[in-house]
Design a protein around this ligand. Sequence first.
Ligand code: EPU
Length: 338
Amino acid sequence: MQIEAAVSLQPYNTFALPAVARTLIRITGEADVRAVVNHPKFGTASKFILGGGSNIVLTRDVQPLVLKVELKGRRLVEEQPRAYIVEAGAGEPWPEFVAWTLAQGWPGLENLALIPGTVGAAPVQNIGAYGVELQDRFESLDAVDLMTGRTVTLTAAMCRFGYRNSVFKGALAGKSVIVRVRFRLPRPWRSVLGYVELERRVAQTGIAAPSAQQVFDWVCAIRRAKLPDPARVANVGSFFKNPVVSQHQCNDIIGRDPEIVHYPLPDGTVKLAAGWLIAACGWKGKSIGRASVYDKHALVLVNQGGASGAEVVTLARAIQESVYGRFGIRLEPEPVVL
Ligand code: EPU
């Protein structure tokens, strides 16, 4: 077990915010987790689990012990008549994992292409894009309990997946380390093309039955056109969740703003496009200090270079206030704010 002190977290968060971890331990195998659990000092210390750092906003130095998950490995666990079961170590980069499964001939994750972060972080916030959520392709995961050091297997029901949510953001936050995730990739493969931008690609190209590779390429092109590449412009993807309101509340807003982008949900509630609400309040391209609202997508905040966590939080609060003032809706941050 390698223990490091006073580690800069700037290279380890995609928002490139400055913060220092008092103590950081790299987790490259389950044995490292157990060594932490059995350690006289670290065993009982409060802990923060860091994956690819693509869903955190660091506003201060991190006092809890940082466990940086770097477990590698990926393999086909089982070829079943109706599915491929594929497993990856929690520290594997998600975009590479998706591309690898496709290259192996095990499609099913193509709608989730290019989402920054690691395999282990994917279930934490139940990543989702273009009509597919992680929970739709999830089989099970292994996590090491930070109290007992025991490895436990969690099924989808035990993970309590919700919209950008799971038990790892709630009851199990900081209490267990995900070490491996298994995916169920259905056979035969079927494309998921219900998302409006994918429907548009089908119409434009005339390709009604695209291959998984074609869907992958479309998703990559859509993302590249409207979302910033974290390798070049520091960001954490969507900064707020899309709010869900009652039909009554939605009708009220439509009465005043007929063009509001909204999606009726099966349970009778309505999901509103937070990006539209923010853009409607005039925030696109606006900045506070070095933190800005991305000019091509108002739901994404970016670090122009040199932003502090405080500037990001100040910008986020100002956006929340103006959206609340105009629409009476409280936007909830999507990443974990530390
Ligand atoms: N819109 C605007 N102005 C904007 C931005 C968006 O009017 O500045 C409207 C447009 O009408 C657009 C609609 O909002 O069609 C929805 O935008 P988009 O398709 O980009 O989706 P989103 O709701 O903003 C969600 C996820 C994304 C995911 C996309 C595609 C959340 C919080 N975000 O964004 O996930 O990639 O759908 O499925 O649910 C992430 O979680 O970090 C993330 C990027």
